[in-house]
Design a protein around this ligand. Structure first.
Ligand SMILES: Nc1ncnc2c1ncn2[C@@H]1O[C@H](COP(=O)(O)OP(=O)(O)O)[C@@H](O)[C@H]1O
Ligand SMILES: O=C(O)C1=C[C@@H](OP(=O)(O)O)[C@@H](O)[C@H](O)C1
Ligand SMILES: [Mg+2]
Length: 241
């Protein structure tokens, strides 16, 4: 696992580099918004023109809720690095997600996810788009929630079906994908609810979703900082007792 862990680390560095130099945008298709020049955005940030609510955030939720696409757009809006965990696994293993499932098995894929979560929770300045099952596994969930806010995207089974029907999601390669989506969503719903912020994505343009996420992150950051300061005060108060 040591060598494997190294490979994930090297893959992550190469992936981030390509994202920043514009070779890869992290999606299978062209993003609808043009990737902004991240160097220009970083410049704006250091000169105080961009103010961010957070410097790390993860996106969770069911397949087809828009994690990969919204994550990318959010990362451009906040001038943060972008990592899609499925993309990273694809790069490190050298196989597509359907190939990983078919040739290595789902357990192998889940082990990869856990290794990747360990890495991305140590990153600074990043938006992380998870796979739909990543947050379901308890240890991943614990690491992610400890690291920062986890935004959960939601959509109805019908929307998910429409958005995924022409794609190759191994778990939806069944005779009746809509029923499978309903069942799996039902099974996972209570776990997704453990996320920090919840945003629905049905029938909304991505720009609107990104805008809502940023607003909600600001509100979260205000409360979170006030809470941290109060906890710190209480702690130092106790220390001097
Ligand atoms: N708000 C949206 N409105 C319309 N289509 C969307 C929206 N968000 C995502 N999509 C599209 O739905 C499909 C699945 O989105 P994706 O980002 O891959 O979801 P996930 O990563 O959650 O599985 C893609 O074709 C994407 O472009
Ligand atoms: O829900 C899941 O278990 C999965 C979701 C997929 O990611 P998206 O949610 O980005 O489609 C991908 O990680 C894999 O096919 C398994
Ligand atoms: Mg995705």
């Amino acid at each position: 696992m040591g060598e494997w862990s190294e490979r994930v680390g090297a893959g992550l560095r190469a992936y981030l580099h390509e994202n920043e130099t514009g070779h890869e945008h992290g999606l299978d298709e062209t993003p609808l918004t043009a990737p902004a020049d991240s160097r220009r955005l970083s410049g704006m940030f250091s000169s105080g023109l961009i103010d961010r609510p957070v410097t790390w955030v993860a996106l969770a939720g069911f397949m087809g809720t828009g994690k990969s696409r919204i994550g990318w757009e959010l990362s451009r809006a906040l001038a943060l690095h972008f990592v899609d965990t499925d993309k990273l696994i694809t790069r490190v293993v050298g196989k597509s997600i359907p190939e990983v499932f078919a040739q290595e098995g789902e357990n192998f894929f889940r082990a990869c996810e856990q290794e990747v979560v360990g890495r991305v929770t140590r990153l600074e300045h990043a938006v992380i788009s998870l796979g739909g099952g990543t947050f379901i596994h308890e240890e991943n969930r614990r690491m992610l929630l400890e690291r920062g806010p986890v935004v959960v995207l939601w959509a109805t089974p019908e929307t998910v079906y429409q958005r995924t029907k022409n794609s190759d999601r191994p778990l939806l390669r069944v005779e009746d994908p809509l029923s499978k989506i309903r069942t799996l969503m039902n099974e996972r719903e209570s776990v997704y609810r453990q996320g920090t912020i919840h945003v629905h994505s049905d029938g909304r343009p991505s720009e609107e979703i990104v805008e809502e996420i940023i607003e909600r992150l600001w509100a979260w950051a205000d409360v979170h900082h006030a809470y941290s300061e109060a906890a710190e005060g209480e702690w130092s108060g106790r220390a001097t007792d």
